[in-house]
Design a protein around this ligand. Structure first.
Ligand code: RP5
Length: 174
């Protein structure tokens, strides 16, 4: 009976549903925040380094093979001339969420503009620069998956309620 109500829950437990992909090892300090949120929701994810410019063949292989995997959402982070998320979006039908990494020279404005300014026809929902974007990309993936997996939806509802409760009505004196 329980199985009839939550069939997807049991499938979800075994499957890797999210792929976190980054242009460089240096992006991990931002995207580890994405992984942490997904862990909090018990969502399995994989992590990969794929550079649009340094490893173009790896990028093509990765994106083309996504459809043969259990992945349902891709979170792609890159910095500077950040072409990775857009290229992945152009090569797959899966939803791809872009995280602009805060770059050294331009504080991530370059990353943001490279990711967000996609031509019509290649969708790439783009989050904020840096850690807030990394966290919200994970929560966006949670929202997408919540439409299909009741267990994830329940956790998301609780998360939002707790977040609201945690905001004090008045500031504490310091
Ligand atoms: C991009 O270049 C990466 O996404 C990274 O944010 C940036 C710098 O890479 P590293 O020089 O730190 O490897 O491709």
């Amino acid at each position: 009976m329980f199985l009839n109500h939550y069939p997807e829950f049991f499938i979800m437990k075994k499957k890797t549903l999210v792929s976190i992909v980054m242009g460089s090892q240096s992006d991990w300090k931002t995207l580890k925040n994405t992984e942490q949120i997904l862990k909090d929701f018990d969502i399995q994810c994989e992590k990969k380094i794929v550079s649009a410019h340094r490893t173009p063949d790896r990028l093509y292989d990765y994106a083309k093979k996504l459809s043969e995997t259990s992945i349902e959402v891709v979170i792609a982070g890159a910095g500077g001339a950040a072409h990775l998320p857009g290229m992945i979006s152009s090569l797959t039908y899966l939803p791809v969420l872009g995280v602009p990494i805060e770059s050294k020279s331009l504080k991530g404005l370059d990353s943001l503009l490279s990711i967000v300014q996609m031509p019509a026809g290649i969708p790439l929902p783009t989050l904020a620069i840096g850690k807030p974007g990394a966290i919200n990309a994970a929560l966006s993936a949670v929202s997408i998956l919540a439409n299909k997996y009741p267990e994830i939806k329940e956790k998301l509802v609780v998360f939002k309620k707790n977040q609201t409760k945690s905001v004090k009505k008045k500031p504490k004196n310091e």
